[in-house]
Design a protein around this ligand. Structure first.
Ligand code: HEM
Length: 398
């Protein structure tokens, strides 16, 4: 058998230099013709070699934004991708020119999951997508209007969740199963008219499949409460003064601006969908206005304030900066926003009314970085729960 041996007359240093030079030439060949600042790219793999490492995409994009400005491009393989990294441009893309950018790219994984885009979130802008959104809106209207049935459905899950959390008797535990069961049951009641018992085998199957949007809602809130004991106490004082021991109702939201600001802050520092779902331009001519002075913060909004001032004015009343878009905006705005807001409010207020959350003895604070899939999920953590005075018995009747 013949053995081929390359004559090793080239030193390792020279080899490295040659490889670097080849890469530089390839990168130069792949230069952008658009003139937009952005990451280098290579044929086939695009900018991916510059995006390796463990930093999740939303943090990576912020880092690149500091270098390339609020609007920059990169190539995901052969696909040109423009990252919109400040809220003025985000508002332009999502709202003012929302229709121009309301498409969704076709991706192998999501096409498989959604049987070729038969869902809402990953379906391209189309008459079918519009019909599906209209159906969801009219169903919510049906549940919400007049009967406020939506609230009753959420409240029935609130009681079960609180009882389950309080049954932990002060032990440290991972609340994800209890929280997921409660929020999944809300959706199951709406869609199928049935609920799951805790620990149901089918529910666990659904959870494995759907390990995403719903569980992030309240787990995120709990994670953030840990390091915020004073914030927790202040929210509980507000609840004691404004609601007392009766069940919290959606109508109480106006009286609980501090609690509302905690929910907003939770969604700000731990966004459910930090890079939204990718949008695609409806035509090749769709363009975003290019910034004349890159790398500047926004002119229009005080987004630098700290918690809780960010969402409260001097009188302690709620304010919502227009840069705050946790549910997105425009044609693709989250279709579940009203349900999500009601759940966030009723679950968090009822839990804080009835119990206090703390770190179990000896446990380290949870890692807040999260894990980004379709949504940003909290990493597993443990919490301990102590009933508040008057709520020691989990069967407390309202
Ligand atoms: C705190 C909870 C939630 C937050 C912060 C949130 C946020 C978002 C965001 C940022 C988007 C992407 C918008 C875009 O691509 O421009 C989205 C899309 C979507 N969300 Fe939510 N979401 C939440 C809960 C829910 C719930 C409970 C449901 C279902 C009942 C839901 C259903 C959807 C759907 C179907 C879409 C896709 C809309 C479309 O493409 O037309 N979301 N959500």
């Amino acid at each position: 058998m013949a053995t081929y041996v390359f004559p090793v007359t080239v030193s390792p240093l020279l080899t490295v230099l040659l490889v670097l030079a080849a890469l530089a030439i390839l990168a130069a060949l792949g230069q952008r013709s658009s003139g937009m600042p952005g990451l280098p790219r290579l044929p086939v793999v695009g900018s991916l070699p510059w995006m390796t490492g463990t930093t999740p995409p939303h943090l990576l994009f912020m880092k690149f934004g500091r270098k390339y400005g609020p609007l920059f491009e990169l190539y995901l393989g052969p696909h040109r991708t423009v990252v919109v990294n400040d809220h003025d441009h985000a508002r332009e893309v999502l709202l003012q020119r929302g229709r121009d950018f309301a498409g969704r790219p076709s991706m192998v994984t999501t096409d498989l999951l959604t049987r070729g885009g038969k869902d809402i979130a990953f379906s391209d802008y189309s008459p079918l997508w519009k019909l599906h959104r209209r159906l969801v809106h009219s169903s919510f209207a049906l549940f919400g209007e007049g009967s406020s049935r939506l609230q009753d459905i959420v409240l029935s899950e609130v009681d079960g969740l609180c009882a389950e959390l309080l049954s932990s008797n002060g032990r440290g535990f991972d609340p994800s199963l209890a929280v997921t069961t409660a929020v999944t049951n809300v959706v199951c009641t709406l869609v199928f008219g049935t609920t799951y018992k805790h620990g149901d085998g089918e529910l666990q199957e659904v959870m494995r499949y759907n390990d995403g949007i719903v569980q992030t809602i309240t787990r995120g809130g709990l994670v953030d409460i840990f390091s915020w004991m004073k914030v927790q106490e202040k929210a509980q004082r507000e609840l004691d003064e404004e609601v007392g021991e009766r069940a919290v109702r959606a109508a109480d939201r106006g009286r609980l601006p501090y609690l509302d600001s905690i929910i907003n802050e939770g969604m700000r520092i731990r966004p459910v969908s930090p890079v939204l779902i990718p949008h695609i331009a409806m035509s090749d001519s769709s363009q975003v206005t290019r910034p004349s002075t890159p790398n500047r913060g926004s002119k229009s909004e005080p987004c630098h304030k700290t918690f809780p001032d960010r969402f409260l004015d001097d009188q302690g009343q709620r304010v919502t900066p227009s840069c705050f878009l946790p549910f997105g905006a425009g044609p693709r705005i989250c279709v579940g926003e009203s349900l999500a807001r009601m759940e966030l409010f009723l679950f968090l207020s009822s839990m804080l009314q009835r119990m206090s959350f703390m770190l179990p003895g000896g446990a380290t604070p949870p890692n807040l970085q999260g894990r980004l899939g379709v949504v940003l999920q909290p990493l597993p953590y443990k919490v301990a729960v102590r009933p508040r005075a008057g709520w020691e018995v989990s069967t407390h009747v309202n």
